[in-house]
Design a protein around this ligand. Structure first.
Ligand SMILES: C[S@@+](CC[C@H](N)C(=O)[O-])C[C@H]1O[C@@H](n2cnc3c(N)ncnc32)[C@H](O)[C@@H]1O
Length: 273
């Protein structure tokens, strides 16, 4: 496929769970045009150029001048934790769950010895394959992460990193528990990197986004009690890097967010097992 081909995504229903990956893609693309980007995801900008979608409506809806930084700060912290894992485990298996259109594998340039799997719902992976090809060491899997069968194809004799950015809140709590249990049952060791919303997330979603957000947790350390193999290594508010925001008024706004309990609305977590 050449970069000139336009790919039609008009069948992604506005407001659906699948649509949320176009929101984050759009925000990463927008942020890549910032004079001093935090993430600088040029692959996202390239993807938005190639996808035929109502981006003007997306721009009105997403308020990118503010929200671009949320997504950029979140993705950057997750990239840094992932890069750190890759530097310690160059033979790792990476499970990038709810990948949407995110080109994290290209941003991180994993060594050829890494086996990377991008997993999302079958319809999202079908769209993704219109943009990106599978290659040596990189495969896409179209399945709900709540199904068990997709894991049967994954080699389990390597250290494993699960990355789930903007995913677990769309699952129910029993599904989150079962997914993490399946991973720790199958793999000898690894790390799990994901963000969690506070319990306010599903409540707000009932009012504003038709209940697509299903799960929130006040303190992710509680997950150590769900599964005794899990150890919380690190966590932080999604806006922790606000000092790097180039726009002064937006930086100020994030400084305020970080000075209040609102900072705990979306939290980044890193667990080991
Ligand atoms: C907010 S988007 C995030 C996409 C990507 N991680 C990013 O940061 O751009 C949420 C993604 O989770 C996917 N998703 C939601 N429920 C899922 C499930 N049960 N199995 C697999 N993927 C799921 C959606 O299809 C969507 O691509």
């Amino acid at each position: 496929m050449t970069s000139m081909d336009k790919v039609d995504f008009s069948d992604v229903r506005w407001g659906s769970v699948e649509w949320t990956n176009l929101c984050t893609l759009y925000l990463r693309s927008y942020e890549s045009h910032s004079p001093a980007p935090i993430l600088g995801d040029e692959a996202a900008a390239d993807a938005v150029d190639r996808i035929d979608y109502d981006w003007a409506r997306m721009r009105r809806h997403m308020r990118p001048a503010f929200n671009q930084y949320l997504v950029a700060m979140r993705a950057k912290q997750i990239d840094d934790w992932s890069a750190d894992f890759l530097s310690r485990h160059p033979d790792a298996v990476i499970l990038h769950l709810g990948c949407g259109m995110d080109a994290r594998a290209s941003r991180l340039h994993p060594p050829a010895t890494v086996q990377w799997f991008d997993v999302d719902q079958p319809n999202v992976i079908a769209l993704r394959r219109r943009l990106y090809d599978d290659r040596a060491g990189y495969r896409t899997i179209g399945s709900s992460v709540t199904d068990e069968a997709w894991l049967d194809d994954i080699p389990t004799d390597h250290p494993m990193l699960m990355v789930a950015e903007g995913l677990l809140m769309y699952l129910t709590e029993p599904d989150v528990r079962a997914l993490l249990q399946r991973l720790t049952d199958r793999f000898g060791s690894g790390e799990l990197v994901f963000d969690t919303l506070s319990p306010l997330g599903p409540r707000l979603s009932k009012m504003f986004t038709k209940g697509i957000v299903k799960w929130g947790i006040r303190d992710a350390r509680e997950m150590e009690r769900w599964n005794p193999r899990l150890r919380l290594l690190d966590r932080g508010a999604v806006g922790a890097r606000f000092e790097r925001i180039p726009s002064k008024p937006v930086r100020l706004l994030w400084r305020l967010v970080n000075a209040t309990p609102v900072r705990n609305f979306d939290v980044l977590n890193r667990f080991a097992f």
